[in-house]
Design a protein around this ligand. Structure first.
Ligand SMILES: Nc1ncnc2c1ncn2[C@@H]1O[C@H](COP(=O)(O)OP(=O)(O)OP(=O)(O)O)[C@@H](O)[C@H]1O
Length: 362
């Protein structure tokens, strides 16, 4: 396994890009550590496939370098990069048995038969497909075919990285949760460097130790699932992760404080950065509550989502969502919204602009 470094990487599909908008990848500098479990998360069109194809060697970047450990592989073809890839749809040989499918990548490399046998059984056991080893792949369900595809990706222990490109697309919804946690467990056992590409926050947050969030060809935040939830560095991360996502509310900044509709809103910490730019308050629905005072609003909608209620309230034209467990208001009711100060952040031009609250001395 290897550490992967992406250095000053940029890619445009145009021969002569005129500006940043012509770049599918704007500027990527990133280290993927040896043995890490990473997710690349972002909406359709943000550049995930472009980045994956550059790492696997299917595309050469317009600018910048890719290093595996310290070897520059920017211009190496895919077959010389020693990478395993699992795609959206199963890639297996229908006419072969499950055993032969799993053994194939090892036989190709001339691994001795006894070693192949041991490894195939190990992987089959991890994926819980041992009883299928002698079956012909053609007869398997799409779920099981994809499991075998994953097994083929994991069977070699000498690859630099295993990359998963939306691997649960064909999996039945009720089996998805099972395979999601299985993949996490597999990483803990195999300890390979893994990159999991997805637009699904649940898949990314379940699998990865570190999640790389992309938007419009740029990385907006790299962090643990908890970091991304607790302290989004960019309003896009706040909005994209969470259900419902973070409320992003225009505000005015004056005298070192933030104001909505003339009322000061307490923030997590000091306001940092410059003075220019559009300012917004970011507060997750989990940290909005209803009280006897606070920002006046009118309840628009109340949805029972099982474990709690999602209350949408309007402050003028601005919708604010709150997650409420009890004392649920009625639509049309006048309420006051309170924001938990240590979870209330200022964003300037979409980037976080409050300093983290210092831990209080005990
Ligand atoms: N072969 C291509 N030629 C021209 N433009 C492309 C090509 N492939 C991708 N793009 C553009 O590059 C940008 C990034 O696309 P990319 O496929 O990398 O995003 P993605 O996040 O993987 O999206 P998806 O999940 O839909 O594949 C998009 O604007 C897309 O239209």
């Amino acid at each position: 396994m290897a550490k992967i470094t992406l250095s000053q990487l940029r890619h445009s599909y145009f021969d002569q890009p005129r500006g940043p908008e012509d770049y599918a990848l704007k500027q990527i500098d990133l280290d993927w550590h040896d043995g890490g479990a990473y997710a690349l998360l972002g909406p359709s069109g943000c550049g995930k496939s472009t980045l994956l194809n550059i790492i696997s060697g299917l595309r050469t970047p317009s600018e910048g370098r890719i290093l595996f450990d310290d070897q520059d592989v920017t211009h190496l073809p895919p077959d010389q990069r020693n990478i395993a890839q699992v795609f959206q749809f199963p890639v297996i040989y229908d006419t072969m048995s499950v055993y032969d499918n799993l053994a194939f990548p090892l036989r190709n490399r001339g691994v001795p038969a006894a070693q192949i046998d041991k490894r195939v059984h190990e992987i089959a056991q991890m994926l819980e497909v041992e009883e299928m080893l002698n079956l012909r792949a053609a007869g398997l369900s799409p779920d099981n075919k994809q499991k075998i595809s994953m097994g083929r990706g994991l069977v070699r222990d000498d690859v630099n990285v295993v990359m998963f490109d939306e691997p649960l697309t064909v999996i039945d919804p009720h089996l998805k949760w099972k395979l999601r946690s299985k993949l996490k467990e597999l990483h803990q056992r195999v300890r390979a460097t893994m990159i999991y590409v997805t637009h699904d926050q649940t898949e990314a947050l379940t699998f990865a130790d570190q999640v790389v969030v992309m938007q419009d060809g740029e990385i907006v935040q790299i962090g643990t699932p908890v970091d991304l939830f607790e302290r989004p560095a960019h309003t896009f991360v706040g909005h994209f992760i969470g259900s419902p996502g973070m409320n992003v509310l225009p505000c005015e900044v004056k005298e070192g404080g933030a104001f909505i509709a003339g009322q000061q809103v307490a923030l997590e910490g000091e306001i940092v950065g410059g003075k220019q730019g559009q300012t917004q308050i970011g507060i997750r629905p989990e940290y909005v509550s209803l009280g006897s005072d606070g920002l006046p609003a009118t309840v628009k909608k109340v949805a029972d989502v099982g474990r709690h209620y999602v209350v949408d309230a309007m402050m003028g034209e601005q919708k604010v969502s709150a997650i409420i467990k009890q004392d649920v208001p009625e639509p049309g009711q006048a309420v006051h919204l309170q924001f938990k100060p240590e979870q209330t952040r200022l964003y300037r031009d979409s980037w976080l602009a409050t300093a983290a609250r210092e831990a209080s001395a005990s």
